[in-house]
Ligand binder design. Structure first.
Ligand code: NAD
Length: 424
């Protein structure tokens, strides 16, 4: 199996894009490393210590922008790769922002609410000199929430002594969040998927969908797609997956998950599952690996990176993959899908709805004037479909994958901004 290295994957596709664009090696070098890396150890009142990061990759097109991840595997290599992808993503959807990413290496499941608040505030105490509404704007990512953004905003404003709500996005509505931000990542991906299936002459009612991950991206995608008539045949969380060829009702599954703690616990206690209940609901309990390979038309990885590799790509039955997670496919898996004519709608486009509505949130905060949900949705749709159309046309013209097409267009935009600034 290819070793999981999201940053190596970024460098690989960057150099392919540079070749297509005929970039010199000196320009390529400038795109290979972040502009700044801020790395500290933070300590909370009970003596627990954590590694904290902010990587500022590129700000040629605007302030650095990107989420903060709380995860045991959030190391500097991962955060660097995610920061690079943010710069690409903002350029893909052509919003005036650069790329950054942050993280704290911790397991939030082993921390209580007070500890979570303390590490959130401690992160801001270290990073306050480097972030700001015109400088670098963090947001939520894996295992960080609007509530955590609220703590971070409060700490930042305390340090600066003034109201600066645009320093962070993904905030609760009461603190200047935007309507539509909660569902934006999934909604942006769904706009593209609906457009794509219309282009190939298919109807939602005839298509089945499997989704890995049932958090912000995965749950909302399941729900929105279900409301459009797609049949959701499989969903999963970190503990396991549920499959039903007759289709699952995401809202019902979600409310049962909240009650039981995990999707698997809806039917099982430990390893013992209630076969009668499974039979009457027409559901099978499967693993996350089995979900990826299940019978479906559309597969949506919406959990972690590196889950589809050269080891399982050949077994995947879906003909369309919508990457709501960041980096769920390795480059080897990409090659296999290209050979097998499986369409991959890449992360830098598919999940860019989140950062797009984060940008709307920043704009609203700066104006101190707030938009109706319909305004957010119509602007989001316009941006997502515009970006998709550019990428699809370029990919058809150059006979390259959608991922390569998205990267080439984004790198071209970033390089242009760097040239205009006289940085290259
Ligand atoms: P989240 O924390 O809300 O949900 C993550 C989900 O993944 C949970 O259901 C969790 O149980 C599941 N999960 C964790 N480990 C798993 C495993 N080993 N196998 C299967 N499922 C597992 O996170 P999210 O915000 O939904 O983010 C999911 C992905 O989407 C990440 O790659 C993130 O970077 C990407 N993304 C999210 C946003 C956003 O706005 N939320 C934007 C862009 C990209």
């Amino acid at each position: 199996m290819s070793k999981k290295s999201p940053f190596k994957n970024y460098l690989e596709i960057l150099s392919e894009s540079a070749k297509i664009l005929n970039l010199s090696s000196s320009i390529l070098e400038k795109l290979q490393e972040p502009q700044n890396i801020h790395q500290y150890e933070i300590e909370i009142s009970n003596g627990k210590k954590f590694n904290a990061y902010r990587v500022q990759f590129n700000n040629a097109r605007g302030p650095y922008k990107g989420g903060i991840r709380f995860h045991p595997e959030a190391d500097i290599q991962e955060v660097k790769a995610l920061a690079a992808l943010m710069a690409i993503k903002c350029a893909v959807v052509n919003i005036p922002l650069g790329g950054g990413k942050g993280g704290i290496q911790c397991n939030p499941k082993e921390l209580n609410a007070d500890e979570i608040q303390e590490i959130s505030r401690a992160w801001v105490q270290k990073m306050a000199p480097f972030i700001g509404p015109r400088q670098d704007i963090p947001a939520p990512d894996v295992y960080t929430t609007p509530q955590i953004m609220g703590y971070m905003l409060d700490e930042y404003e305390k340090i600066k002594g003034k109201s600066l709500s645009g320093v962070i996005t993904g905030k609760p509505l009461e603190l200047g969040g935007s309507l539509g931000r909660g569902t934006a990542t999934a909604q942006g991906g769904v706009y593209i998927l609906l457009d794509y299936i219309a282009r190939i002459g298919k109807n939602p009612e005839d298509l089945t969908v499997a989704i890995q991950g049932f958090g912000n991206a995965g749950y909302h995608a399941a729900n929105i797609l279900h409301s459009h008539g797609f049949k959701i045949v499989a969903v999963s969380d970190s503990k396991g997956a549920l499959y039903s060829k007759n289709g699952l009702d995401p809202q019902l599954v979600h409310s049962k998950k909240l009650e039981k703690g995990s999707l698997k616990n809806i039917y099982c206690e430990g390893e013992v599952c209630d076969s009668e209940k499974l039979m009457s609901d027409g559901v099978k309990v499967i693993t996350n690996e089995e979900l990826l390979e299940c019978e479906c038309d559309i597969l949506i990885p919406a959990a972690l990176d590196g889950v589809i590799t050269d080891e399982n790509a050949e077994n995947i039955k879906a003909s369309i993959i919508l990457e709501l997670a960041n980096g769920p496919l390795t480059p080897e898996a990409d090659d296999i899908f290209e050979k097998n004519n499986v369409i991959v709608i890449p992360d830098v486009l598919a999940n860019a709805g989140g950062v797009t509505v984060s940008y709307f949130e920043l704009v609203q905060n700066i104006q101190n004037f707030y938009w109706k949900e319909e305004e957010v949705q119509s602007r989001l749709k316009e941006i997502m479909l515009g970006a998709f159309s550019d990428i699809l046309n370029f990919s058809t013209q150059k006979k390259i994958t959608l991922r390569k097409s998205a990267f080439v267009l984004a790198v071209e935009r970033i390089v242009k901004a760097m040239e205009l600034r006289g940085r290259i």
